[in-house]
Design a protein around this ligand. Sequence first.
Ligand SMILES: [Zn+2]
Ligand SMILES: [Zn+2]
Length: 220
Amino acid sequence: MSGKDYELERLRSEMDSAQRDIDAAKARLDPIVARRDSIKSQIESVKYRISDIKHSIEEEYRMMKICYQSRDKYDAENHRYRAQSFKDSLQREYDIKKGYYDELDRLKSDFDSALTGLRSAKERKQRAHEAFSARLQMVKSQNESERAKWKEKSCKICGTTIRYHVDWSRVPDLCKSCQEKEKAKWHETTCKKCGRTIRYHQDWSHIPSICKDCKTTNNR
Ligand SMILES: [Zn+2]
Ligand SMILES: [Zn+2]
C-alpha cells in the first residue's frame, strides 16, 4: 500500500555512513593508543636506567673521595673518569627520554584529532538515528490512518467481503467474480430493422429484436 519512504532510506544510509566514519576513527585511534602505551613503558625503562646511572655516578664520586682521602690519586682519577663516562650515558638517556616525550606530544595531537573525528561521527549517527526514529513513527501513523480508510462490505450476490477505499468515487456492490459473471450474462444481437447492436441480459423474459430507436419510431 505505502511503498518505500525515501527519507527513511536516506536517513538509514546517513546512519550507515556515520558508522563507517566511527569505525575509521576507531581504526585511527587504536594504533595511536598502542604506540602511546609502548612509549610510556619505554619511558619507564629510561627512568629506571637514569636512576641506575645516577646511583653509579654517586658511587664513583663517593669512591673518588675515599681514594683522594687515602691519597690514592690514580684510583681517584680512575673513578672520576668512570663518573664522567656515566654522565655521558646519562645525557644519552636524557636525550632518548626527550625523544619519547616529543613523540608523545605528536601522538597526543593525532589522538585529539582522531577523537574529535570520532565524537563528531558519533553525534552525526545520533542525530540521524533520532531523525530516523521520528520519521519511522510518522510513517507508521500515516500507514495506520491510511489503513483506517479501507473499509469492508459484503457482495450483494455471494456475500464475499469487498475491500474498498473511502476516497473511491464509486464503491462496488459486487465482488470481482460476481462482476465478471454478471458481465457474462449480457449478450448482443442485431436490430432486425437497422442492424445496430442491441445489448440484452440473458435473464430478460423478452429478448428485443429491434433497437430502442426503431421501437420509438415504430410506436409513433
Ligand atoms: Zn460476489
Ligand atoms: Zn434499430
